[in-house]
Write a protein of this length. Structure first.
Length: 163
């Protein structure tokens, strides 16, 4: 069962993810409306049955502060799908500076990538081109909506709002 619900602002922009229980209460109290129910799942009380929400939209616009994605080790791993960007393994992961920090490489989204310890040691103090180790995917700064998805493909009904 899916226990996460996408919350949209009144203008259909993604705002946050909350629990099914919280989303149900927002719908029940008429603070939001049900946009899409979860595939046939229902919430049951003693006398009634309600569709389980997958996406809800708030009835009032909420002014949210700018939501950027913090540059953290776990967020870089999440962006790179927890796999080495050189060989594809998912074991012994660490961070690698594409342009080595000893050669002026910065600690930014576009210069950090996920690498296994073996590939990181093999690359050493070189760029991927110099080491002959091409990246599977070039590092980029992710959007906030990418992180609302949380790496799961179980929420395909969210795609229209997160892309």
């Amino acid at each position: 069962m899916n226990n996460r619900v996408l919350v949209l602002n009144q203008d259909d922009s993604p705002l946050m993810v909350c629990s099914v229980e919280r989303a149900f209460v927002l719908v029940y109290l008429n603070k939001s409306e049900l946009v899409r129910p979860a595939n046939g799942h229902r919430i049951h009380s003693i006398t009634q049955s309600f569709p389980m929400p997958s996406i809800i939209r708030l009835n009032r616009y909420v002014q949210a502060p700018y939501k950027g994605v913090s540059l953290t080790r776990q967020n870089v791993f999440k962006r790179d799908n927890f796999e080495c960007q050189y060989c594809g393994t998912r074991k012994d992961l660490t961070l690698d500076h594409v342009m080595p920090s000893s050669r002026g490489g910065s600690h930014t989204w576009t210069n950090l990538t996920t690498a296994c310890k073996r590939c990181n040691a093999r690359k050493g103090d070189f760029t991927p081109d110099e080491a002959g180790m091409p990246l599977r995917r070039k590092p980029y700064k992710p959007s906030y909506s990418l992180f609302l998805r949380d790496g799961t493909s179980a929420h395909t009904d969210w795609d229209d709002y997160l892309n």
